[in-house]
Design a protein around this ligand. Structure first.
Ligand code: PLP
Length: 414
């Protein structure tokens, strides 16, 4: 019998399985049988302690508790509280602020920024570009917003950013489309942990500027910095390359409080526009404010107020940074544990610099991930690899993991 469908044409057939939720449930079920302590659940993309509890920054929590409920519960302006926007811009760039016109719009996390960029800087039926290792929701948003996503090979043969592959796709798209939107997730890319070097950023921005200078296209570079605060301190230098760009090269930076401030569920982010043209920045502000009104209206005031407090009280922000640094170093420690063992047993990985995830490239991700569940290891399989959320497991559970993954790959095939 034919299934009844009531949705509009564009919504037909849209559905998505939450892979992470599925793997997490499988891990929890197995834990009931073998005991939680014997389970390695590296599926969740949040920073967890050894007992699987969410790690939060104590000073962020304290700052939130010190605010009055009527302050937290009130509406915020659609574009975000002005003090928050200023704080988000400062927290993003710190001392590497580009020389440009800069404005921001509050968004529900980093996701909201991607949504607005895709919606407002591409047309229906257009394609936008990103690297072939990418965060799945980019594709979901493409589909939901009636756009297409196309990718280029993230790495060259030496394991560096593949500028050549990237620019070939950008230039080909520029021939058939007026607006070219390119999303780059760096530093501490999800899912590989790669960060473009300053030199790679310079070359990318120079190539995009050259294309923009031909005046045939509008080029929009979206920089997804969701994991910025879990990369080393010097990871902001590249922002300076966004100074004095051609007027038709707009940079959008997606700031998020989800990871850096451990405020995942508070849905607080900021879409920051950077342009050498005041007109482009005013238009950026107007259209994105309009889209916010038309979608989620205003954003979560409590998240915004916390960042404003931290911005106004440098001693509090210093405490947050100190707490976060401790966690960042513990993540680094987890990563080293895995990488050292992977090198010892000859397990190939995507190049990792920092961040929440390490990825193993393989054509048989589903089979390998399933096989590892027999060893009580729960990982998320992607199209071209398996993702290990080192953020979710302590170092002692990481030991032995690379060996087991290598064994499963030897049995099943790479
Ligand atoms: N970008 C990337 C690459 C991510 O991994 C995430 C979250 O997992 C986000 C953006 C946005 O996160 P949120 O909307 O929770 O701030």
């Amino acid at each position: 019998m034919q299934k009844i469908s009531m949705v509009a044409k564009h919504a037909k057939g849209k559905s998505e399985q939450d892979r992470i939720f599925g793997v997490n449930s499988a891990a929890n079920k197995k834990a009931e049988i073998v005991g939680k302590e014997n389970i390695v659940n590296a599926s969740i993309g949040a920073f967890l302690d050894a007992s699987g509890k969410l790690i939060t920054l104590p000073t962020v929590e304290e700052t939130m508790k010190n605010l009055s409920f009527d302050d937290l519960a009130a509406y915020a302006p659609i574009a975000g509280l002005p003090g928050y926007i200023e704080a988000a811009i400062d927290a993003t760039f710190e001392d590497c602020k580009p020389d440009a016109f800069i404005k921001g719009i509050a968004t529900p996390g980093g996701s909201g920024g991607v949504h607005h960029a895709v919606w407002n800087y591409t047309d229906e039926g257009d394609t936008f570009l990103t690297a072939d290792w990418f965060w799945g929701p980019y594709r979901t948003m493409a589909q939901d917003l009636l756009r297409n996503i196309d990718t280029f090979l993230t790495f060259d043969e030496e394991g560096n950013f593949n500028l050549k592959a990237c620019m070939e796709k950008v230039e080909a798209l520029a021939k058939v489309q007026k607006n070219v939107l390119l999303i780059i997730n760096s530093p501490a890319h999800n899912p590989t942990g790669y960060s473009l070097t300053d030199d790679e950023w310079e070359k990318l921005v120079a190539s995009l500027s050259e294309l923009a200078n031909k005046k045939e296209n509008n080029i929009v570079l979206y920089v997804d910095v969701a994991y910025l605060d879990f990369a080393p301190k010097e990871s902001r230098e590249f922002f300076k390359t966004f100074s004095n760009l051609p007027e038709n090269l707009l940079v959008l930076v997606g700031f998020s409080m989800s990871k850096g401030y451990t405020m995942y569920g508070y849905r607080t982010g900021c879409l920051i526009g950077v342009s050498s043209s005041e007109d482009v920045i005013n238009e950026f502000f107007d259209v994105n404010q309009f889209s916010s009104r038309a979608t989620w209206s205003n954003c979560t005031r409590s998240g915004m107020r916390v960042l404003m407090e931290l911005h106004d009280k440098p001693e509090l922000m210093a405490k947050v940074k100190k707490e976060r640094e401790e966690y960042r170093l513990s993540m680094e420690d987890r990563a080293h544990t895995f990488i050292n063992e992977a090198n010892e047993v000859g397990l190939k990985m995507c190049p990792y610099h920092s961040g929440f995830f390490i990825t193993i490239p393989t054509q048989n991700a589903d089979e390998i991930a399933l096989k590892l569940q027999d060893d009580n290891i729960f990982l998320v399989s992607l199209k071209k690899g398996i993702r290990i959320a080192i953020c979710a497991i302590p170092s002692e559970k990481i030991e032995g993991m690379a060996t087991k993954i290598k064994k499963a790959m030897d049995e099943i095939g790479e």
